[in-house]
Ligand binder design. Structure first.
Ligand SMILES: [Zn+2]
Ligand SMILES: [Zn+2]
Length: 72
């Protein structure tokens, strides 16, 4: 293991990436909010910055209730 990376940090990355991929399984798409767990992060610096939860915008996409796209 490379030094300087704590097990806690690695665990947090694992949790965030797992939540992100789980979000895709649930039908969520990438979010533009960099703090959102569904933000597209392909470098660890941003992964460390973002949170472990999806924002309301990302979560609302998985609403099971079918709604007509009234704003499009
Ligand atoms: Zn993704
Ligand atoms: Zn989001």
């Amino acid at each position: 293991m490379s030094k300087g990376i704590s097990p806690t940090l690695l665990w947090q990355r694992l949790v965030k990436e797992s939540a992100h991929q789980l979000g895709h399984v649930l039908g969520l798409r990438h979010c533009l909010d960099w703090r959102c767990v569904m933000a597209s992060t392909h470098d660890v610096e941003r992964l460390d910055l973002k949170g472990e939860e999806a924002c309301l915008a990302a979560v609302s996409l998985q609403s099971p209730a079918p709604r007509a796209p009234s704003h499009l």
